[in-house]
Design a binder for this molecule. Structure first.
Ligand SMILES: CC(C)(COP(=O)(O)OP(=O)(O)OC[C@H]1O[C@@H](n2cnc3c(N)ncnc32)[C@H](O)[C@@H]1OP(=O)(O)O)[C@@H](O)C(=O)NCCC(=O)NCCSC(=O)C[C@@](O)(CC(=O)O)C(=O)O
Ligand SMILES: [Mg+2]
Length: 292
């Protein structure tokens, strides 16, 4: 199993009051944002604030990402240079459209790592796919570099660039979300679902998170602490799922010892894919610390 990445809580780097509290909400990952959540005039001061915080704050075992500005903007390269120097080891690359975009970041990272005596390859990349072109290139993006650990979907920019409304049915996102999940699976990286902007509509958020799990995403981006616990509930195996998986694994082991082939558990056939799915649920439960 890759790392546990059920939740990625976005926090604007220009909001120290917010970012000092982020560990309290216990997301699996925090994304400090230097891109769209930060006003143009505050880009430099937000970066300075963030670098200082990264050097001093204790984020426990929460994985920290920084969403930089795209490398084609005037801020992108400085964002990379400064945040890596400050200790950040995971970059979220917004508006990623091609493998070439990833490779440009890879070259810059190698240069910055050498300058700072960091082993080349240390800094990992999460590619945010948020345009139709990015979606069609999802597999090339996900496999562009061994540094890529996840690809994520950004539905706000995706619907903007596609020229459609974002609706609560999420029908307009179906193809892109499914394609991103498939690409991530082939590349063996995590797939992270999009943010839900209406923080007051927790029911709608829950439904979208549930669908993300069914589609095969590893987790979901969040913009508000209230969303984090909802995603954790949905993406953490329930006690029923865990008990059933343990029963399947135990029955399969017993059958193997007795030299029996296909068996049934709770009246349902258990074969190799069923056993492997049960093992995945047990691994996830252990990683989420709901099973020892
Ligand atoms: C929405 C709102 C302003 C509401 O704030 P409010 O203060 O009214 O909320 P309240 O309910 O009053 O907060 C109660 C308490 O929680 C604290 N609290 C709230 N949010 C917190 C948080 N995130 N982190 C830590 N703490 C938090 C708050 O400080 C307060 O603390 P306290 O006073 O101590 O009680 C706020 O949440 C917020 O700014 N969110 C992040 C927005 C953001 O980052 N957007 C960019 C990423 S998306 C994007 O770019 C689209 C994308 O690119 C995506 C892609 O690519 O994936 C695409 O294209 O789709
Ligand atoms: Mg965006």
């Amino acid at each position: 199993m890759n790392k546990l990445r059920r939740t990625m809580l976005f926090c604007p780097a220009s909001e120290p009051k917010m970012f000092y509290n982020t560990p309290v909400y216990n997301p699996d990952c925090i994304i400090f944002d230097l891109e769209d959540a930060v006003a143009y005039a505050e880009k430099d001061s937000a970066r300075d604030l963030l670098c200082e915080a990264v050097k001093t704050l204790d984020f426990k075992d929460i994985e920290i990402f920084v969403r930089i500005n795209p490398l084609y903007t005037t801020f992108g390269e400085t964002d990379v240079r400064e945040v890596v120097k400050a200790g950040v080891r995971n970059i979220r690359l917004p508006m990623c459209e091609t493998a070439e975009d990833v490779k440009k970041l890879e070259v810059l990272l190698a240069e910055v790592e050498k300058e700072n005596n960091i082993e080349v390859g240390t800094v990992k990349i999460q590619c945010a796919i948020e345009t139709p072109k990015g979606v069609l290139n999802a597999l090339a993006i996900a496999t562009a570099s061994p540094r890529v650990v996840a690809i994520s979907f950004g539905a706000e920019d995706y619907t903007r660039t596609l020229g459609v409304d974002r609706t609560k049915t999420a029908k307009e996102l179906t193809h892109a979300r499914s394609y991103i999940v498939l690409a991530a699976s082939v590349a063996n990286v995590d797939a992270i679902d999009t943010v839900w902007a209406d923080v007051s509509d927790i029911e709608g958020f829950r439904a979208e998170a549930q669908e993300a799990k069914i589609l095969g995403f590893s987790g979901k981006s969040c913009i508000h602490p209230a969303q984090v616990k909802e995603v954790h509930k949905i993406f953490t195996p329930s006690s029923e799922e865990i008990e059933k998986s343990l029963r399947i694994i135990s029955a399969a082991k017993e059958a193997e010892e007795k030299g029996v082939g296909v068996i049934t558990v709770d009246g349902k056939m258990v074969d190799v894919p069923v056993i492997q799915k049960a093992e995945r649920i047990v691994d996830l439960a252990k990683a989420a610390k709901v099973l020892k």
